[in-house]
Design a protein around this ligand. Structure first.
Ligand code: GLA
Length: 389
């Protein structure tokens, strides 16, 4: 057990004086396929070695005791009476309990301490790690027999219906299905998925945190989703079989450009191109062609910045700085946007040089020292110790 997990376990023992189940629930990166999940397209995420750890035991009564280790804050609630709370962090957990009840699963109270090292608001999906991690843990301690895909869906619903962000399925899916050294191509319509190896020794995945905190809940994410839906409505007038932006090619979209408001057209154009790009990027992986893969990451970034408009000046600046560095294969902003991290594929023997240069450049421009994380691709949510029974 690593140090973070041990600290969470220790806190649990101090608070509840019994041996807990310990579960690790990872953050995620997404190599390519951004904002395509809720358009029924493809994504290419991976789980990483930054995680949240849960320590849990069931209780005989109806109370759930929740303790957020990193905030040193506690919350107590009745399982039978779940309502949205002022304490924001509690809602990610209460939302899962709420969904378990809606899906018809019966649980009693429980004790829970959770904490970890996924930076919050950095676009690494700490919220899905909390939701899916708790759903997985409760499934285990109450022996609910819920299938993996069902865990994914109910965790996503917790975020949609309780937290209030109308996110797609990518983050919760990769959290549960992630595998070490592999990315997953997920078809977000059929939910079919394919693992691709992503463990080339020549480069490392390096995240640069702008330290600009994004807030997905802040209406922009939901508004992009609505703009895509209105694009689909326009398209249906000319192509009645179109159900989502997944169903249209870029040349068909081009043909009807004049029927669109400029902003809606740009949003649709980015999505249609990006869905295509994931398919081509997977071909690059099969061909082991990371130069070509990296080029697509830049294309994604420029689409997200110019057409989808979910970037910010700090993210754009960090990506621009890499263009001239020939030891960077590709770079782009990652996740919902408006802050968080850039994802960079950097030649393994130049990591120190990259770090030094990018910190210097960012500090000079924004008077802020960005955080740098060199990531490994790790397994999805798993049990790391079960001494609870
Ligand atoms: C957030 C959402 C995901 C996905 C990404 C953008 O992480 O939770 O469902 O839409 O943004 O690709």
């Amino acid at each position: 057990m690593n140090e973070t997990a041990l600290r969470v376990r220790e806190k649990f023992l101090k608070l509840f004086k019994e041996n807990p189940l310990i579960v690790r629930s990872p953050g995620r990166i997404n190599l390519i396929g951004e904002h395509t999940d809720y358009n029924m397209g493809f994504v290419l995420p991976a789980a990483i070695d930054k995680s949240i750890y849960f320590a849990l035991t069931p209780r005989d009564d109806n109370n759930c005791f929740l303790h957020a280790f990193d905030l040193n804050d506690s919350y107590q609630h009745q399982v039978s009476n779940i309502e949205y709370q002022e304490k924001r962090w509690a809602n990610y957990l209460l939302g899962v309990i709420d969904q378990l009840k809606i899906f018809g699963y019966n649980i009693s109270g429980f004790n829970c301490v959770f904490g970890g090292n996924i930076p919050i608001g950095a676009g690494l999906s700490s919220s899905a790690a909390i939701e899916a991690g708790l759903a997985f843990s409760l499934n285990h301690i109450f022996n609910l027999g819920i299938e993996k895909l069902e865990l994914v869906k109910l965790s996503q619903k917790a975020e949609n219906q309780f937290v209030g962000v109308n996110c797609g399925i990518m983050d919760q899916f990769i959290n549960i299905f992630g595998k070490a050294s592999k990315v997953i191509k997920i078809d977000c319509r059929s939910l079919d998925y394919t693992y691709y190896p992503f463990d080339n020794n020549n480069f490392k995945i390096v995240l640069v945190n702008t330290l600009i905190h994004h807030s997905l809940a802040s209406s922009e994410y939901n508004s992009r989703r609505m703009q895509c839906e209105s694009g689909v409505k326009i398209l249906q007038n000319y192509f009645p079989n179109v159900k989502s932006l997944r169903d249209i090619t870029s040349s068909s979209l081009n043909q009807v450009e004049a029927k669109f408001d400029k902003i809606i057209y740009n949003r649709c154009k980015y999505i249609v191109d990006e869905i295509e790009r994931v398919n081509f990027a997977c071909r690059d992986l099969i061909n082991n062609d990371f130069l070509s893969f990296g080029k697509k990451m830049y294309e994604t970034h420029f689409g997200l910045s110019k057409d989808y408009e979910v970037s910010c000046s700090e993210l754009d600046y960090l990506v621009d700085q890499t263009v001239e560095k020939d030891y960077v294969f590709g770079a782009r902003m990652m996740g919902g946007g408006f802050g968080g991290c850039t994802l960079n594929l950097v030649a393994s023997d130049c990591i120190n040089e990259f770090e030094k240069e990018i910190v210097y450049e960012y500090k000079k421009k924004y008077s802020l020292i960005p955080e740098i994380y060199v990531c490994e691709i790790a397994n999805g949510t798993n049990i790391i110790s079960d001494t609870s029974n």
